[in-house]
Write a protein that binds this ligand. Structure first.
Ligand SMILES: Nc1ncnc2c1ncn2[C@@H]1O[C@H](COP(=O)(O)OP(=O)(O)OP(=O)(O)O)[C@@H](O)[C@H]1O
Length: 543
């Protein structure tokens, strides 16, 4: 038996130690600590406890207009009758919505992970073979991000995420289906049983679809907005986790701008961009003569952010040696500039972000556990864009407006069909990639509508699973026509694929090689080697 951070009890190796992406886990963990009257948690900043808990109306069933269902599915099957008596939305007099639900249990009853079980109160749980899922399956027939369970006011929706081998309920391949208590579903060779536990849980959603510059209509983002509305005005330290391009910096800025510190400085330190021997001075400052080249006293970021907010980006990259000093600065609220014996009192709020799974880094010995828990008082996990397609229309419209203005165009728009395709794209570079795509598409289109041909997809999408086969087939035709030996033809195809893959990925990370390496799951040095081999430069890609 393993006990997860924040008291979440899990069993077996199936359930990963902590999520880098599913927001609900953390929020609920945090909520659980504040809501529970029998176990109050003193570490949460005041002002965080939910307000307006009096309810005045209870509604069942869908609260928002149902979105048109995807017209083309691999195995079309309309969602079945949901269990409306198990989940329900409650309107609070604060204007917020509250989703009341019951915790659910997933048990692997067939496959390599047979016998492993877990109880969840998360609104979203991702299942797949990648370690970045909430449920990690050791099954070669399971895709990296295979399916997810999403709880809404209608019940517990099992959604296939465009997996290669599909998700099956009762022998039928499904794209979306509401689960009943006791339903079993299969992916690859793994069969999982779903059960409602009867224990209650709840999730709060903001009634707004914007927080600062952050837009989002999905329940996942409104859940984050609700948390931010409570946390921003306090002085609580916040850790933001999420894949590259999900909006972590935007969250940090919004926290600052919604806090009483908004008129004071907002200082950003990118821990991955500063050389190891300079980072201490960058954070804490130095005095004259502290090291060669220190010709005068210099203030560090903590002092520069006095009265305001210090945003530590890429916290996961911070050197282990420096971590105790950062911990001391956070706990004692004082710093010691390099070379000085005197301490300086600091008054700044700290928000940090990382696209690493920090608890995993703790387990690997790369990040101090005490520092992790100091930061994780409030943890916000931004979901990847692929898990919140409902946000795509509002984001596309927003980016279209600015792209039209930038390109001096007037009214380049998007069709319903294109929007549906965009909603099904996987967006490895998340919102940044979507923004870049819209900007590129507005510039390149000659008509009045953006088109998905400017989306140089690297993988077959659910609406066009044949795309990859088609391009491979036409290359095969060409190779045969040219009389190329098989080996040469294969190498050419691989090289073309590699080129497109790295160009797309680097475009999505604005040319940041470290981030691209992390997304691709390879070492940074390998990316540099591949780019050299393919004769690609970072500048060519992002210019
Ligand atoms: N919810 C959102 N609404 C509007 N714009 C967004 C949203 N999320 C991200 N963006 C935009 O996407 C781009 C990337 O966002 P941001 O830099 O905050 O991501 P990040 O997670 O910090 O990325 P990285 O880890 O690569 O630094 C920015 O242009 C930002 O304005």
């Amino acid at each position: 038996m393993v006990v997860k951070p924040f008291g979440r009890t899990i069993r077996g190796s199936l359930w990963r130690p902590a999520s880098t992406r599913s927001i609900s886990k953390t929020h609920k963990d945090d909520r659980r600590r504040t809501r529970s009257t029998s176990h109050p948690t003193p570490t949460i900043a005041s002002g965080w406890a939910p307000t307006g808990s009096t309810t005045y109306a209870i509604r069942r069933g869908p609260q928002r207009p149902a979105e048109p269902k995807t017209p083309k599915t691999l195995n079309p099957q309309p969602p079945n009758k949901p269990m409306t008596d198990v989940t329900r939305t409650v309107y609070l007099d604060s204007g917020e919505q509250k989703l009341e639900m019951q915790k659910y249990r997933l048990a692997v009853i067939e496959g390599d992970n047979e016998g492993e079980t877990g109880t969840f109160e998360e609104r979203q749980v991702e299942i797949g073979s990648s370690p970045d899922n909430d449920i990690v399956l050791d099954d070669a027939a399971v895709s990296r991000f295979h399916a997810m369970i999403e709880v809404d006011e209608r019940g517990y929706l099992l959604r296939d995420l465009g997996s290669k081998n599909g998700t099956f309920v009762g022998g039928l391949g499904v794209r979306e289906v509401y689960l009943e208590d006791g339903t079993t579903f299969r992916m690859g060779k793994t069969r999982i049983r779903f059960n409602i536990t009867g224990e209650e849980a709840e999730v709060h959603f903001s009634n707004k679809t914007k927080f600062g510059d952050m837009l989002g209509e999905s329940l996942a983002m409104r859940e984050i907005f609700s948390l931010l509305e409570r946390v921003a005005p306090t002085d609580a330290t916040v850790l933001v986790e999420g894949e590259s391009g999900t909006g972590k910096e935007l969250v940090a800025e919004a926290i600052h701008n919604h806090s009483p510190r908004k008129d004071k400085p907002f200082i950003v330190v990118d821990c991955s961009a500063i050389p190891r021997d300079l980072i201490e001075s960058e954070l804490f400052g130095h005095i004259k003569g502290a090291f060669t080249g220190a010709t005068g006293n210099r203030k560090g970021a903590f002092e520069a952010a006095q009265g305001g907010t210090l945003f530590l980006d890429e916290l996961g990259e911070l050197d282990l040696d420096l971590q105790p000093k950062l911990l001391r600065a956070l706990e004692k609220r004082e710093i010691k500039p390099v070379g000085s014996n005197d301490t300086i009192k600091t008054d700044c709020r700290v928000v940090a972000a990382t696209n690493r799974n920090l608890i995993h880094e703790v387990k690997e010995g790369n990040f101090r556990e005490d520092l992790y828990y100091r930061f994780a008082v409030i943890k916000i996990e931004l979901p990847p864009l692929r898990d919140r397609p409902e946000d795509i229309p509002v984001l596309v419209e927003h980016f279209l407006k600015s792209a039209n203005k930038m390109a001096g165009r007037d009214g380049v728009d998007v069709s319903y069909k294109t929007m549906e395709k965009l909603k099904r794209h996987r967006w490895p570079g998340n919102v940044r990639e979507l923004k870049n795509f819209v900007e590129r598409a507005v510039l390149l289109t000659q008509g009045d509508e953006i088109e998905t041909r400017f989306l140089q997809t690297t993988e077959p999408t659910p609406e066009n699973p044949e795309a990859a086969q088609e391009s491979a087939a036409s290359m095969a035709d060409l190779a045969i026509e040219e009389g190329l030996p098989f080996k040469d033809a294969k190498n050419r195809l691989i090289e073309e694929f590699e080129k497109s893959y790295w160009m797309r990925l680097l475009e999505g990370t604005d040319g940041n090689v470290s981030k691209a390496a992390r997304i691709a799951g390879v070492h940074r040095k390998s990316v540099e080697y591949i780019l050299k081999k393919l004769d690609l430069s970072r500048e060519d890609i992002v210019s």
